[in-house]
Design a protein around this ligand. Structure first.
Ligand code: FES
Length: 238
């Protein structure tokens, strides 16, 4: 196995050639916050929470999509990174309607937990309060875009694991949304197998099963444990 040697937070780390900075850090028990990344799915680089500083690079680097290189010098905890990460969480919280008190994922939500972990106890930006329609047309599941952080985990698990290709992303910028089929109600799609994998991987309460309460949603843990197998910073162990 070819390895590369890099420095992360003043520690000399050996990583398998081809692994990302994030994977190298995880193997060395160095925590880097993530939201869109889920082991077992292709990396997306969408949430930017995993930003790190790489010596010689003029910009912050998304560690989940950047390969570890020989001689790289990386910092994962700096004042700048902390500031950016908190800002990202605040922007996510204000972009949609995240009302934890009435959410099925309250207490199990990865966004909520990440906010707590990064010390986000208030937001400095105006809430946008978008008016987004909930799709409850599927016989088993509900899609609530008000709680979506556009991580695309649902899209990727539907494509890459289930092979159903029912979910996709549509639109640009602030108008980006997860859609079902060719932007038709979920219940009218023919490709959906009702497997529920999208429910299991959603980090928030944007996709959930009908009739589920908080206790039921905790069963997601089993599926995530499978998909995260081998990952030391399993978010559920916090
Ligand atoms: Fe790297 Fe989201 S975890 S960009």
């Amino acid at each position: 196995m070819t390895v590369v040697t890099l420095t992360i937070n003043d520690r000399l780390i050996s990583a398998k050639k081809g692994s990302t900075i994030l994977e190298a850090a995880e193997d060395a028990d160095i925590f880097i916050p993530t939201l869109c990344r889920l082991k077992g799915l292709s990396p997306r680089g969408g949430c930017r929470l995993c930003l790190v500083e790489v010596e010689g690079s003029p910009r912050l680097t998304a560690s989940c999509i950047t390969q570890a290189q020989e001689g790289m010098v990386v910092r994962t905890e700096t004042e700048t990174l902390g500031r950016y990460r908190r800002m990202i969480i605040e922007l996510l919280l204000t972009e949609r309607n995240h009302v934890c008190a009435v959410c099925v994922m309250n207490g199990r939500c990865e966004l909520q937990r990440m906010a707590a972990r990064l010390g986000v106890d208030h937001v400095r930006y105006e809430y946008r309060y978008p008016d987004l329609a909930v799709d409850a047309s599927h016989e088993r599941h509900v899609r609530d875009p008000n709680r979506c952080i556009l991580c695309a985990r649902c899209v990727r698990v539907c494509d890459e694991v289930e092979g159903a290709h029912t979910l996709d992303m549509m639109g640009r910028g602030i108008h980006t949304n997860v859609i079902t089929g060719m932007n038709i109600p979920w219940g009218k799609t023919r490709s959906c197998t009702s497997c529920g994998k999208c429910v299991q991987v959603c980090p928030t309460g944007a996709i959930f099963s009908k009739g589920t309460g908080v206790a039921e949603m905790e069963k997601r843990q089993d599926f995530l444990a499978w998909i995260l197998s081998g990952r030391d910073d399993n978010i559920w162990n916090w």
